[in-house]
Design a protein around this ligand. Structure first.
Ligand code: TXA
Ligand code: MG
Length: 327
């Protein structure tokens, strides 16, 4: 049963307590309702993807109660402070390089070295974020393929019984998602138009490149920032999928009991639980890539992961890692 919480002090405290315990809590913002999880818990973040039924891992926005809190986890590019001063709290999301010390789970950012951050302009949301005391990873609180919810009733229609609670703060004033701006490249560019107009942004920071989707950006390399993506979107070592045997020249990404003969092993889930495996995927690929290169191994052998639940998203990501390189 999904609890519906009234947005008073008791409801906000309950929502924060559930979130800190690893449960999923939908909450209203000025744009749309978000499906919140403790961003520092890979397990909680994996549960978000499972509840939404997403067939692949999109990077999520981490929500903070203040710019200061956000910039403790990402490096504010030169323009980011000016944008924060002009538009935060508000409907602007900035993609910035993660700090080395950033505690946000890799899965929340889909393994990228960047992180999307936002400070929402909504009293209840801000009170909830302050009470949570941890960054809150939140995609829009709809099932995959459905439109973003702008009321607690919309959230319940899609996610009733799949999440712990909905913090009901009434209808969303803006009603469209936040504007997503990537600030990790040489020039700022728009990843998604939204609640803050490009014209308003340009009035503060000058010209913004438009119309670049995340996938196009990944292909063209314009998302690059120091060290970006190297070990995730394209691990240095080749990945071999569906491995049913392995030898000592390969690192093994194990799902269930490791294959015989494996030397260097990262276990995704001994119990063969796809949600647990998802929570450990990016960490595992990075580690094997780094260790494998150091040990002079020739590749990563990935054991088969079943195509149910988050297994779909895991296989989608492993297929990309195994695909021929562009550059
Ligand atoms: O208004 C909003 O933005 C709402 C509320 C809850 O804050 N959230 C929202 O989240 O719409 P979501 O997950 O539905 O959309 C986030 C968008 C996606 O298009 C995603 O690809 C992009 O932000 N994004 C997130 N992190 C990114 C990153 N590191 N690099 C590039 N794009 C990123
Ligand atoms: Mg969405």
């Amino acid at each position: 049963m999904t609890e519906i919480l009234v947005a008073d002090a008791a409801g906000i405290a309950r929502a924060a307590e559930l979130l800190r315990a690893g449960s999923l809590v939908a909450f209203g913002t000025e744009t749309v309702y978000g499906l919140g999880a403790d961003a520092t818990s890979a397990t909680a973040v994996a549960a978000v993807f499972a509840a939404k039924g997403r067939p692949h891992f999109n990077p999520l926005i981490a929500h903070y109660p203040s710019a200061e809190a956000a910039f403790a986890h990402v490096e504010p590019a030169a323009l980011a402070r000016a944008l924060a001063a002009a538009f935060w709290p508000g409907a602007l999301t900035m993609v910035l390089p993660r700090r080395i010390t950033c505690p946000v789970a890799l899965l929340a950012g889909a393994g990228l070295d960047t992180l999307a951050v936002r400070v929402p302009a909504h009293e209840t949301a801000l009170a909830f974020l302050r009470a949570a005391g941890t960054p809150v990873a939140a995609p829009s609180a709809n099932r995959s393929g459905q439109v973003s919810p702008t009321s607690a009733a919309h959230v319940r229609d899609g996610l009733d019984g799949r999440i712990a609670a909905i913090l009901d703060s009434g209808p969303c004033a803006v009603g469209v998602e936040s504007t997503v701006l990537n600030l990790t490249g040489a020039r700022p560019f728009l990843l998604r138009p939204g609640g803050v107009s490009v014209e308003a942004i340009e009035a503060v920071i000058g010209p913004v490149q438009r119309g670049v989707t995340l996938d196009a950006a990944l292909r063209s390399g314009t998302l690059r920032s120091p060290g970006l993506m190297v070990s995730h979107y394209a691990p240095a070592l080749p990945v071999r999928l569906g491995a049913v045997s392995v030898d000592a020249t390969e690192a093994l990404l194990a799902f269930g009991p490791p294959l015989e003969g494996a030397g260097t092993v990262f276990q995704l889930s001994l119990a063969e639980d796809v949600t647990e495996a998802a929570s450990r995927l990016f960490e595992g690929v990075r580690l094997l890539d780094t260790i494998g290169a150091r040990l002079g191994l020739r590749g990563i052998a990935a054991m088969p992961v079943p195509e149910h639940g988050l297994g779909l998203a895991i296989n989608d990501r492993l297929h990309r890692a195994a695909a021929p390189r562009h550059s």
